[in-house]
Write a protein that binds this ligand. Sequence first.
Ligand SMILES: [Cu+2]
Length: 486
Amino acid sequence: MPNIFTRRRLIAGGLGIGGAALLSACTPATGQPASPVAAPPTSTFGAPAFEATLRAGVTEVDLGGITATTWAYDGRIPGKEFRAKAGDVLKIRVENTLPVETSVHWHGVRLHNAADGVPGLTQDPIAAGADFTYEFVAPDPGTYFFHPHSGVQIDRGLHAPLIIDDPAEPGRYDHEWVLVLDDWTDGVGKSPDDILAAFQAQHGSVSKGMNMDGMSGMSGMGNSPLGDVGDIVYPHYLINGRIPAEPLTLTATPGQKARIRLINAAADTLFRVALGGHVMTITHTDGYPVQPTQTRALYLAQGERADVLVTLGDGVFPLVAAAEGKQGQGLILVRTGAGAKPAPTVRPAEFDSNPQLLAALMPLDSARMPVREPDQVEQVTLNGQMQPYAWGMNGVTFGNDTPIRTNAGARLRLTMVNETMMAHPMHIHGHTWSLPSNGGLRKDTVLVLPMQSITADLQADNPGKWAYHCHNIYHAEIGMMTSLQY
Ligand SMILES: [Cu+2]
């Protein structure tokens, strides 16, 4: 799909904003289904199997020879991984030493509503200097992560992996590597709040954005066969907190198998991922198992996760996460033998293959949601444009929206119609979708390509007020968010 629309973008390093446009539409959300209620996650449970304190604070981090003052968990990026078993109770005390309020959302976990970490929907924000304890059961194994649901704080260093192990899984691999992909500007370029303010300044004002400088920003952008997938050119792209000039190295021996858990914690960047010289077998996405699928490269949108298995060759191999539709990449090395360190700009030949879209995978039978006709069907339009910068759902912005309402026990079908020229990774809280077009593939974050539609079913088995939004954090903050309530 050639990108025929002229675009200008915001340069986080210090230039301007821009873009091409489309209109919005309006679809009301209604419905009145009913059927038996499945057991919801409970908010009362026994002693925690996993307990931790998480301190959100201002800190200086080393990105690999470049230092940045930023906000992070416990002074490091990404934050320390939390790990528990499926069914465990987790108890995490969050200490907020930031100068502003915060919150923690446990992305993808089907937990009880009060622990979901969305100020305004499920809790009051955690004030500066205050603390808050989250306690919940993590019922489903998988690769998850956590981050604030407050402003654009995720675009600083506030995110970390959450791995829920499956006690029944055989674990047929020698290494397990958790890789967090990120786009980085804080402390080295514009702050995320300044970027958001620049977008907001042109919101609803057609002429203003056009006058911002930064046409030369196109030099930071490339084309993607997916169309437009990001708005912002970042100074750096990171894997596990490092710039490609000073990458981390993972070590193993030839012939060993590695399970690689990929998490896209970026705010505005979709990554194309490959391990040079290797074929990857995708085994899971968003925590749930898929029919093992071999690929040489994959796309990972914001909020998405993919688990892949690789059998390692002999040498030094670059695992590259290229910023799709932009220039720049994150890099981590896999060393199993002798060899020179690849250049920071190394481009794996695997990128020239057709990268796998995760929403096009098929589920393992064990992961399928039982087939059932929907009790309620809702159409959700995704609307907006770059010029002026305005993003919404069902023709309105969050705050002016009508929540989607259903009833406990209902099977709800959402058809997301993307009326924009950008791809949007749409994320649902507290539930996992089943995609009928793909045999019931389970996902909590699904990439809806420009001018395309995707249908996603969910079982209303977890009552509460659940955020439903684009995981491009700038789109969400501008208004591409609503909620599901029952
Ligand atoms: Cu979006």
